[in-house]
Design a protein around this ligand. Sequence first.
Ligand SMILES: Cc1ncc(COP(=O)(O)O)c(C=O)c1O
Length: 365
Amino acid sequence: MARLGVTESTATTMTVDGREVLAFGGCNYLGLAHHPEVVRALCEEAGRSGISTTASRETTGNTGVHEALEAALASWMGQEAAILLAEGYTANIALCQALARDHGVALIDAKAHRSLRSAATAAGMQVFEYEHRSPKSAAWLCRQYGDLGVAILTDGVFAADGALAPLPELLGVLPARRATLVVDDCHGVCVLGARGSGSVEHFGLRDERVAITTTLAKGVGCYGGAVIGRRRLVDAVREHADVYRRSTPVPTPLARAALTAVDLVAREPGMLARLRSNTARLRDGLIALGLASHEGRVPIFTFVLEPASRMQPLHEALMHEGVYAPLIEYPGGPTARFFRITVTATHRDEDIDRLVAGLRRHVGG
Ligand SMILES: Cc1ncc(COP(=O)(O)O)c(C=O)c1O
């Protein structure tokens, strides 16, 4: 798959080979990566603090901005505490390093993000896969391995197709003790829930066996990662996760930008409302063309054409008209190569209508 050479971007456009196209890719669900207040916060903090702390937080690299962001994330997500890591991938590694002390086994959804498997394996947990989105399959494994301490690891929203994990049912099969449901919510945060804090809020889960990990580089639009959950677990990450203790934190200007972004989600609920109405508009357009693949709470739409040889010409025809509809290769999709289209809160009605009209012209329907 050829990489794009993007030279400039806004929340809804990108410039490739000197040409600006209307874009429906990435995971900038609320447009926060380009929000003027977020960008300004980043620049101002760089002026105040420089870029890197140049040291780990437990030596001389801690700042009030990092601590304020942790407090904001925990409060937003209705959890006791949070701890920042360098990325979402690292957050999964850090959490597994802490969990492995009393959880011997990791049960991972067959289509979960690869970082969860890498993290559990590297932490020395025994790893087993359960069938994609199947609490029944996870329950069987819980019965086999419950005595060893079990963590169920799943994406909250699966990046490839926007499907939701059955979190209440997974929690229902989890043992009562020495057990954790790890929700990697990189694609639920800034999308699901009344406050936009993600899948756990969406399902109304209040259970101290739940732990959330997320990136701050997608919906939040900045950079970094976090583990959010019960205080004892967050403290265990801080005490025992080597990847936290022995690495430099997310740069302070990015932490400040993320703090501003999280604050904006609360201050401007219109962004979430707009994301939801745009999602519904695109879903309705795709349904009319026979292309929508789920009921549409999530702004990720995945489809394939048959025969598969029709897909590249469609992608190129749309690009020729100035519309970028990503045709990607990524694990967990319906086939090896598929269209993954995302809409953001910042797309205008006419942008969405332009994409749907282009698809109609070339696919029919
Ligand atoms: C579900 C999921 N988990 C983890 C990650 C890793 O996050 P980051 O890019 O911040 O390392 C990603 C990002 O690609 C993801 O989609």
